[in-house]
Ligand binder design. Structure first.
Ligand SMILES: Cc1ncc(COP(=O)(O)O)c(C=O)c1O
Length: 490
């Protein structure tokens, strides 16, 4: 077998220059041992002729091999595979060796399976969908964001943002956010209380890793945001699930648990509980904070849908009444701008943010400083505030239309309370109806509806799903509810 026979060159389509292809083939065979140490490569004139390429191309390939240290050039004798390469057991040429082996599909070593991370991935889908409570991307303020981002990239004054910056996030955004959160959520922060993340999810993860130690007890709602649960389990915590009713998480049940064992943290989605959308009652808020003071636990308050409230002024977050440093408050721009723009935040005492910053440094280093600057500018100019005002009205109309129609068309087959805020309705299906079957049927008719399993606590079938209404324009909404109705038929 000649050296030329071990090569298949792509002379027409290849994005890789011919000399590089030749060099790559030779390296592959030196690595495999089919071209052993000390092997004399054919003369460039001969190889060029066999391969049907210019002699200069082979010379360039040989030069490359010399530069990379695979081959040694011996004046007047030719090119030899270097003798000081690591030992590989020599192999014989085989026809199949002319192709590079594919990149492996599996590791050669075992992997920890991390079963608690095997969660369904809730995605935005094209076409008709009752999503999990996502905004209408057609309304996203991308024009404004894009033009700010573009001008930030072009202005010399912002060039420093192209470099490494703070682990806590863009300073301008911390300043703007502090003011914005103080105005809209009754907080009393300074920029030192603000830590910018790439979305709420990162906030939950960082807090879990920072606050929790393996073996710590964390209380969550019996049905809860499954990805938060996974974050706590990943940090080594034990989950204790307490009931959730129409007033939100059962704070008496939390008190009972605290009396029985140490509790390190309680996770709440206080404004609109996920997935049920209920708002945590005022008395329960007061009692929960009092319990945190009594037992010294942390409250992780995930306020993922705060911006969308319809019936009254929003209830202020627990964080607004926390003067002792119990609450770590999480928010994001995912629902207000769009989930693809990964900007979120944590509000907490600076000593916690400092520890979190050290952790962030080894995962992510920092966020997207340019994007964060653009969001800061949008806040400063009131663009985000105007956008929210506009979409709040649209989403409120959609909520009203959706709830009316859902009730009119589906009657008793579905039980729900119109949500006071947020972007989804929590719908309980008649126990005689199998939600997974409905989901499968709807899917055949082009409608995504959750099969509900993601919301089920272990061993309990709630037969319920979040029906996101905000991304459905009136006609789409009608169509979606009609398909849902047809999918309910026995
Ligand atoms: C309750 C809750 N928390 C956090 C998140 C994460 O959101 P993001 O990381 O996009 O801000 C979600 C996503 O939908 C959510 O439903």
């Amino acid at each position: 077998m000649t050296v030329a026979a071990i090569m298949t060159l792509d002379k027409i389509h290849a994005g890789i220059p011919l000399y590089q292809q030749i060099a790559n083939h030779l390296i592959l065979h030196i690595r495999r041992g089919t071209l052993p140490k000390g092997y004399r490569l054919p003369g460039s004139r001969q190889l060029a002729k066999q391969l049907g390429v210019q002699r200069g191309t082979v010379n360039a390939a040989y030069d490359e091999l010399v530069i990379q240290g695979w081959v040694k050039a011996m004046p007047r004798s030719g090119f030899f595979v270097r003798n000081n390469l690591p030992d590989v057991s020599p192999q014989h040429w085989r026809q199949e060796d002319t192709e590079a082996l594919p990149y492996p599909e599996k590791t050669a070593y075992g992997l920890q399976q991390m079963d608690h991370l095997q969660l369904p991935l809730i995605k935005g889908l094209p076409g008709l969908a009752f999503n999990d409570g996502f905004p209408d991307l057609r309304l996203a303020p991308v024009q404004a964001l894009g033009s700010h981002l573009r001008s930030i990239m072009l202005k010399p004054v912002y060039r420093r943002l192209l470099s490494y910056g703070n682990v806590e996030g863009n300073d301008a955004l911390r300043v703007e956010l502090s003011q914005y959160l103080n105005e809209t959520r009754g907080l009393n922060t300074t920029p030192a209380h603000i830590f910018i993340t790439r979305g709420s999810q990162m906030g939950i993860f960082l807090l879990a890793q920072t606050i929790l130690r393996p073996g710590d007890n964390v209380i969550v709602g019996q049905t809860n945001y499954h990805v938060a649960n996974a974050s706590f389990v990943h940090a080594g915590a034990n989950l204790f699930r307490v009931p959730v009713d129409k007033q939100g998480i059962d704070v008496d049940a939390i008190a009972q648990l605290c009396a029985q064992q140490p509790v390190r943290a309680v996770y709440v989605t206080s404004h609109h509980h996920y997935p049920t959308t209920v708002t945590l009652g005022a008395d329960r808020r007061i009692n929960l904070l009092a319990l945190a003071r009594k037992y010294g636990f942390a409250i992780i308050e995930d306020d993922y849908h705060y911006d969308f409230h319809y019936d009254s002024n929003p209830i202020l977050p627990l964080a607004s009444a926390d003067t002792d440093g119990h609450v770590a408050y999480i928010g994001s721009f995912s629902k207000c701008i769009a989930p693809a723009f990964r900007v979120g935040y944590i509000v907490a005492p600076p000593n916690l943010l400092q520890v979190m910053g050290r952790l962030r440094r080894i995962i992510d280093r920092q966020g997207d400083s340019l994007l964060e600057q653009a969001v800061a500018d949008l806040l400063k100019e009131g663009e985000i505030q105007r956008h929210l005002k506009k979409v709040r009205k649209i989403y409120q109309d959609r909520r009203d239309a959706f709830c009316r129609r859902l009730h009119d068309v589906l009657g008793d087959a579905v039980v729900f309370d119109p949500p006071a805020g947020g972007l989804a309705v929590w719908a309980g299906f008649d126990p005689a109806i199998s939600l997974p079957r409905v989901a499968a049927r709807a899917s055949k008719s082009g409608l995504y509806v959750s099969d509900g399993t993601v919301y089920n606590p272990p061993g309990i079938n709630l037969n319920s799903a979040r029906l996101g209404f905000a991304a459905l324009a009136p006609e789409e909404m009608k169509q979606a509810i009609q398909i849902l109705k047809e999918s309910l038929q026995p």
